[in-house]
Design a binder for this molecule. Structure first.
Ligand code: OGA
Ligand code: FE2
Length: 536
């Protein structure tokens, strides 16, 4: 392996600004549609500007042509020309006033309307942080959904309606963003893609020398010295005087020689431990990997035997008068923890109303900081959300009643209806909905106890991605518009059920709307009596 010294070298120094972007725009499609309209508006005023500029140029051209003819005649026989008194007068007039007018016309600024529109709209433009955020979302999607760089760059995603390509310059940009995050793995992928597109003849302002500079550094940082050398050689063919590349080349050669020396004296025992750690790496699946696999629809842990015990049925809310005549469709999604799905449980009209009520209030979703118990934004929860009260709309109130009727749980102690919108890349990494014992009591102020259960409406289909997954048990639940899922977070004893740990996978294509109701312990004493056992 390459020596540790590699990490200390300044020979290949770029600056590494580590910044934490507070990205907001791309987290929700709701707000990005406004940007599309802004852009449309700007295009219209840009076209108006072009028209004005063209008509100005047309006027100037006509003047030039007229004068061209006139001066032609005049210069051929100046005396004869000026012998005509009208010509003499017109020459005076032209030079005294008309050329002045033309000058004013040439100087006239036609861009007023466009520029002032631009100035106003620019206040609402996304900033550098938004751009970085959107780029990082793209890199996250690439990992979660195992997309190769070429597929992503050529826009070959499943379920897309509007195909979109990345230019070599876009790829370079993504590589640079990965680079500033010290993410050399993605830097390499994207710089290589940029280079590939240029090699294939794409016309671009992206510069191979720059790309190779980043690429060789990223490759070197990941320990592939000979590839880094090869890339540096390529750079030097294009720009033999490149200072840093020349310096790096010498440095690489030095390291290479030292490694050869060290390799000669390495023993078999070392090889053995290296193999062992590699084995361990493969065998151990951290939660992140499980989560990403489930998001891709891999790694589901359901046996055919257990599957046979999952049913669907008509459910009347335990003989609830409102549902006896019209029971609802209910499906078992999972056995342990038990997750059920209700079908056709919220209508398209209700969904529209809920979305419209939420839209103006959508803001970056927050989480409870486990240390302080306070609400903050977090990179692991990327979506926008809003809370709706039953008092503000009969639709919300009706929905709350429906949840109460079908779960048998009192909704008067529940939190308000939360509406969430995830844009492309939007996600909520694995978490529990209930508060753990070791946390400062996040729900103390509410006085309603812990979150006993979760009801989650899917208010849209998602073209690709966006599943709700349970990495502890290997379950994925796919969004389907008009359905809702329900599960208990707590055992009847009040203990938290750790198998309910779950996540919202990043949206790959499209956008995802959900709304959820967190039901609390208080009020359920007779509806779901507590027991001492966890096993009920
Ligand atoms: C939540 C949650 C899952 C999803 O908001 O707590 O887990 O699929 N949402 O949106
Ligand atoms: Fe959740």
């Amino acid at each position: 392996m390459a020596s540790n010294k590699m990490w200390y070298t300044v020979a290949l120094g770029f600056l590494l600004p580590f910044s934490y972007a507070h990205t907001d725009f791309f987290t929700s499609i709701g707000h990005m549609t406004d940007l599309i309209n802004t852009e449309k508006d700007l295009v219209i005023s840009l076209k108006d500007y072009i028209k004005a500029e063209e008509s100005k140029l047309e006027q100037i051209k006509k003047w030039a042509e007229k004068l061209d003819k006139l001066t032609d005649t005049a210069t051929k026989d100046p005396e004869g020309f000026l012998g005509h008194p009208v010509n003499a007068f017109k020459l005076m007039k032209r030079l005294n006033t008309e050329w002045g007018e033309l000058e004013s016309l040439v100087l006239k600024d036609m861009s007023d309307g466009f520029i002032s529109n631009m100035t106003i709209q620019r206040q609402f433009f996304p900033n550098d942080e938004d751009q970085t955020g959107a780029a990082k979302a793209l890199l996250r999607l690439q990992d979660t959904y195992n997309l190769d760089t070429d597929t992503l760059s050529r826009g070959n995603l499943p379920g897309v309606k509007h195909k979109s390509f990345l230019t070599a310059e876009d790829c370079f940009e993504l590589g640079k963003i990965a680079y500033t995050e010290a993410d050399y793995y993605h830097t390499e992928l994207w710089m290589e893609q940029a280079l590939k597109q240029l090699d294939e003849g794409e016309v671009s302002s992206a510069d191979k020398v720059y790309i190779l500079d980043y690429l060789s550094y990223a490759v070197y940082q990941q320990g592939d010295l000979s590839k880094a050398m090869m890339l540096t050689k390529r750079l030097l063919e294009l720009d033999p005087e490149h200072q840093r590349a020349n310096g790096n080349m010498k440095y690489f050669e030095y390291i290479m020689a030292k490694e050869k020396e060290a390799n000669k004296s390495s023993t078999d025992a070392e090889d053995q431990t290296e193999k062992e750690t590699e084995f361990k790496k493969k065998d151990y699946l951290p939660e992140r990997r499980k989560y990403e696999m489930l998001c891709r629809g891999e790694g589901l842990k359901m046996t055919p035997r257990r599957q046979k015990r999952l049913f669907c049925r008509y459910y009347d809310g335990n003989r609830n008068p409102r549902y006896i005549l019209g029971p609802v469709k209910q499906e078992d999604e999972w056995d342990k923890p038990r997750i059920v799905r209700f079908l056709d449980i919220i209508s398209d009209e209700e969904i529209e109303t809920v979305k419209e009520l939420a839209k103006p209030r959508l803001s970056r979703a927050t989480v409870h900081d486990p240390e302080t118990g306070k609400l903050t934004t977090a990179h692991y929860r990327v979506s926008k959300s809003a809370w709706l009260s039953g008092y503000e709309s009969p639709v919300v109130s009706r929905i709350n009643t429906r949840i109460q009727d079908l779960t048998g749980l009192d909704v008067s102690t529940a939190e308000e209806l939360q509406v969430a919108n995830y844009g492309v890349g939007g996600q909520y990494e694995p978490h529990f909905d209930f508060a753990r014992k070791d946390e400062p009591d996040a729900f103390k102020e509410l006085g309603t106890g812990n979150r006993i259960a979760t009801w989650l409406f899917y208010m849209s289909d998602v073209s690709a991605g966006g599943a709700t997954v349970f990495p502890e048990v290997g379950a994925s639940v796919w969004p389907k518009k008009g359905t809702a899922v329900f599960w208990y977070n707590l055992f009847p004893s009040g203990e938290g059920d750790y198998s309910t740990r779950h996540a919202a996978c990043p949206v790959l294509v499209g956008n995802k709307w959900v709304s959820n109701k967190w039901l609390h312990e208080r009020g359920q004493e007779f509806r779901r009596p507590c027991t001492l056992s966890e096993l009920e």
